[in-house]
Design a binder for this molecule. Structure first.
Ligand SMILES: [Zn+2]
Length: 330
C-alpha cells in the first residue's frame, strides 16, 4: 500500500483512509456496485474485495501506530529533563534592617526577662505629654512637636516617643514589671540625614522593689556588649528628661575610631545610643504605683540609630526609600 506508507503525519493518513474506505471512498463505491452485477459474479467480486479491505485497514492501523510512536519519540526528545542540572534558585526576601535590628534588641532584652508590649501610634495628649510631667506650657513641647488628628482640638496626636506605653503598662499590670515597647514614632521635623518625621524607638521599663541606677547601668552594659561586641566601652553622662529623675545619656565608645576621635563621634570618642533614668515618682504615681514601695528605670533608644551604627549607615533616609539596591545589600 504505497499511499499508506507514504503518509507521514496523522492528517495525511486520515485522508488516505477516507479516499479508500470512507463513505465516498473507492472501495465503498466498488462494493456498492456489486448489486448491479449478475448473480454469478457477485460472490466472486465480494470475495475478492473483502480481503483487500481487511488488508487496507490493517495497513492503515499499523501505519497509524508507527506515526504515533514517532511523534512520542520526538516529544520525549524535545521535552527531555536533565535531572543532574542544578535547580533554579528562587529569589528570597529578607527582613528590613530596621525590623531585623528591632528583633535583635528584643532578643537581647528578652534574655534579661523583658517582655514585648505593643501600644498605639495614635495617643492622647494626656498620655504622650501630661502624665509624663510635660504640661501644656512645658518647653520640652517645642522639641516634641508632632502631627495632630484633625478635628480633635489637639487631643489626639501621633506619639512623639514610645514613653506613653510606660503609662499603659503600669496601669494594666502590677510590679515586678520588665517591659519592652518597640514602635514607630513621629515628630514635626524637617527631614535630613539624621532626622525624619517618622522613626522607630524601643522603650524599656523596669519597676520592682529596690531597682536602682546601678541595675540600669549593669543591664545597659550587658546590652551594649551583646549588641556591639564584648569589648565595647560604655559611660553615663548627665541628661535631662521631664519623666525621669535622675536622667542620663548612655554612650558607647566610638565604633569607628575606637575612642581616639573622628568625624562620626565629633572628636569625642563616644557615641550616644540612648537616654534613660529612674522613673520620676510622680510618673509612677500616675501609673498607679507607690514610689515608696517600688522604684523603676526607663530607657528609650532609636532603633534607626542602632541599625545605622551596626551597619555603618550614615544617612537615615535610606531606611524609608525602599531602594532595592540598598535593601539587597543585607
Ligand atoms: Zn569616632
Amino acid at each position: 500500500m504505497p499511499a499508506v506508507e507514504r503518509a507521514d503525519d496523522p492528517d495525511e493518513l486520515d485522508s488516505v483512509e477516507a479516499a479508500y474506505l470512507g463513505r465516498n471512498g473507492e472501495l465503498r463505491q466498488l462494493l456498492a456496485g456489486i448489486g448491479k452485477l449478475s448473480g454469478e459474479d457477485r460472490p466472486k467480486v465480494g470475495a475478492a474485495a473483502n480481503p483487500i479491505r481487511e488488508e487496507l485497514e490493517a495497513a492503515i492501523s499499523k501505519r497509524r501506530a508507527k506515526l504515533e510512536s514517532i511523534a512520542l519519540d520526538v516529544r520525549l526528545a524535545r521535552e527531555k529533563t536533565d535531572v543532574t542540572l542544578p535547580g533554579r534558585t528562587l529569589p528570597r526576601g529578607s527582613l528590613h534592617p530596621l525590623i531585623e535590628t528591632g528583633r535583635e534588641i528584643a532578643r537581647i532584652w528578652g534574655q534579661f526577662g523583658f517582655v514585648v508590649y505593643e501600644s498605639p501610634e495614635v495617643e492622647t495628649d494626656e498620655l504622650n505629654f501630661e502624665l509624663l510631667n510635660i504640661p501644656p506650657d512645658h518647653p520640652a513641647r517645642d522639641l516634641w512637636d508632632t502631627m495632630y488628628v484633625a478635628g480633635t482640638d489637639r487631643h489626639y496626636l501621633l506619639r512623639t516617643h514610645t514613653s506613653p506605653g510606660q503609662m499603659r503598662v503600669m496601669r494594666s499590670t502590677k510590679p515586678p514589671i520588665r517591659a519592652l515597647l518597640p514602635g514607630r514614632c513621629f515628630r514635626y521635623e524637617a527631614v535630613d540625614a539624621s532626622h525624619g518625621f517618622e522613626f522607630f524607638q524601643v522603650e524599656g521599663l523596669m519597676v520592682d522593689e529596690g531597682t536602682t541606677l546601678a541595675t540600669l547601668r549593669g543591664l545597659l552594659d550587658e546590652f551594649a556588649r551583646a549588641m556591639f561586641g564584648p569589648t565595647t566601652a560604655t559611660r553615663f553622662r548627665p541628661g535631662y528628661y521631664p519623666f525621669t529623675e535622675p536622667s542620663v545619656a548612655f554612650d558607647i565608645g566610638c565604633l569607628i575610631c575606637g575612642g581616639s576621635g573622628c568625624a562620626a563621634c565629633k572628636r569625642t570618642g563616644w557615641l550616644t545610643i540612648l537616654g534613660a533614668g529612674m522613673v520620676h515618682p510622680q510618673v509612677l504615681r500616675n501609673g498607679g504605683i507607690d514610689p515608696e514601695m517600688h522604684q523603676g528605670f526607663a530607657f528609650g533608644m532609636g532603633t534607626d540609630r542602632i541599625a545605622m551604627l551596626r551597619h555603618g549607615i550614615s544617612d537615615l533616609r535610606v531606611f524609608f526609600q525602599d531602594d532595592l539596591r540598598f535593601l539587597e545589600s543585607f
